[in-house]
Structure formats: structure tokens, C-alpha cells
Design a protein around this ligand. Structure first.
Ligand SMILES: Nc1ncnc2c1ncn2[C@@H]1O[C@H](COP(=O)(O)OP(=O)(O)OP(=O)(O)O)[C@@H](O)[C@H]1O
Ligand SMILES: [Mg+2]
Length: 236
């Protein structure tokens, strides 16, 4: 398997590491049928990619072979933000490339310098994503990858801006909704939950992100009618 080196993966503050750890543990209680998990939000900058990457790291560190699929073909930035480079020096072939080509799907994921952490990055953003995300090829990708790995985490673009998230949701076993605390309106959150559920994807939980730790003193976790609610601390 080809390998990607991640050059810039900062350590997390303790409170955030703890919140993500709780999320990881609760995911493990969901059972063996929950493998393909979408990380989604209504708007931009709510922390989807942040939650996806850190959950990925923790699942992998706990011994679960986990694939992070960079499903944001609109404005992907994982490669740049985390300093990802193919170890063989070649150009990386990412999600949109694999989706649009006929390369064997099982050869597409990359191993990384983190044990059990596999990735299919996105290296080229596309305009005609809709057709690709509705294709049989995408379904095959998700099926093959979920057989290869214990978990497939999909980092997606925002629900309120493009339809990609709903299309990806229809291929997933469940979704985690990330909500920017104090920013995203209740209406938007409600709409997002409806969009995900309409796509046939159960809501697994909500991550309330950017909660001010100074005000709350700590991080909290509560249980809601619709699933688990996690309050992630913020360094902001
Ligand atoms: N809990 C947190 N504490 C500190 N920084 C955070 C936290 N969550 C997110 N961030 C930072 O906030 C910024 C936006 O987060 P991120 O890129 O994960 O959002 P996103 O929802 O994926 O955005 P987009 O819709 O544009 O993909 C990033 O710089 C990220 O590192
Ligand atoms: Mg993102």
C-alpha cells in the first residue's frame, strides 16, 4: 500500500482530547454495523474537518483500522493544513481522481505514518461533483472501503451550501453533526438533521463545538432525544 507522511499534526489541548475520546468510546458502543460515518455540519467553519481528523487519529490509536475519506471536493484543505505528502514523492491520487477513473478501488487508500490511520485525501476540487457522488462507482468505493477498514470516516462540505453532504449521507451508516456553539441557529440545525435523515442516514450524535471552556469551567456531555450530545472544548 502506498504511504502518506503527515508532517504537521499538532497535539490537542487536554479538554479536546478528552471530548474526542468520549466520542470515540460512544461510537464503539454503536456496534459492528456502524462503519461508514459522515461528519457533517450546516455551515462552513463549524469544525467538521477538525473533528473528523482527531476522531480518526483516536480510533486508529485505539487499534481500529480507520480510513479518513476527504469527501470535500468543493474546498478541500486537509492535505495542505496537515502537510500530507506521498512518501514515494509522486503526485497523490485522491478521492476525486479515484471516483472519476477506473483504478482498482482497493488500491486507492494510503497508509500513513500513524499506525492504523489510513486516508484517501482529496487532491483536486471538482465542479461536477454531483454526478460522481450519485454514481455506482461511489457506492462501490464505500462498500469496498468499509470491508477493508473497521471505520470509514467521511469529512464532507456543509449541508446548507451544497448538496454533496446529502448524497454522501445516503451512502453512510450514520452521521455526526458538528454545531458551532452560539453561531449556528436552531433552525439551521433542525434543517440539517432533517436533510440527513431524509437521505436515510441516522443521526448518531451532535458535537457542540467551540464551547468556551473558560465559561463552562470544563467540557460537558449530555444526552438528548436525538442521540448523544458532546460538548467539545475550544482553544479559541
Ligand atoms: N474545538 C476546536 N478548537 C480549536 N480550533 C478548532 C476547533 N474546531 C475547529 N477548529 C479550527 O477552526 C477552523 C475551522 O475548522 P474546520 O476547518 O474543521 O471547519 P469545517 O467545518 O471543516 O469547515 P469547511 O466547511 O470550510 O470545511 C480550523 O482552523 C480548525 O483548526
Ligand atoms: Mg472542512
Amino acid at each position: 500500500m502506498r504511504k502518506i507522511k503527515i508532517e504537521n499534526m499538532p497535539e490537542l489541548p487536554y479538554a479536546i482530547e478528552e471530548s474526542i475520546s468520549r466520542l470515540r468510546v460512544n461510537i464503539s458502543f454503536l456496534g459492528n454495523d456502524v462503519k461508514k460515518i459522515l461528519i457533517i455540519s450546516a455551515m462552513e467553519n463549524e469544525g467538521k474537518s477538525y473533528v473528523a481528523v482527531n476522531l480518526w487519529r483516536q480510533l486508529a490509536a485505539a487499534g481500529m483500522p480507520t480510513l479518513l475519506l476527504d469527501g470535500d471536493m468543493r474546498k478541500s484543505m486537509l492535505v495542505k493544513r496537515y502537510g500530507m505528502k506521498a512518501e514515494d514523492g509522486k503526485k497523490m491520487e485522491g478521492f476525486s481522481h479515484v471516483l472519476a477513473s477506473s483504478t482498482p478501488i482497493k488500491n486507492a487508500p494510503y497508509a500513513t505514518n500513524l499506525e492504523n490511520a489510513y486516508i484517501l485525501p482529496n487532491t483536486e476540487n471538482l465542479i461536477n461533483r454531483g454526478i460522481l457522488l450519485e454514481s455506482k462507482r461511489f457506492q462501490e468505493m464505500m462498500d469496498t472501503m468499509s470491508e477493508q477498514f473497521r471505520y470509514v470516516l467521511v469529512d464532507a462540505p456543509p449541508l446548507a451550501l451544497v448538496s454533496d453532504g446529502e448524497k454522501i449521507a445516503s451512502m453512510c451508516d450514520g452521521a455526526i453533526l458538528v454545531v458551532h456553539s452560539g453561531e449556528t441557529s436552531k433552525k439551521l440545525v433542525k434543517n440539517s438533521i432533517q436533510q440527513i435523515e431524509r437521505a436515510g442516514c441516522p443521526l448518531l450524535g451532535v458535537v457542540l463545538n467551540f464551547v468556551e471552556t473558560s465559561k463552562s469551567g470544563s467540557y460537558y456531555r449530555a444526552y438528548g432525544k436525538k442521540g448523544y450530545y458532546y460538548y467539545g472544548g475550544s482553544t479559541k
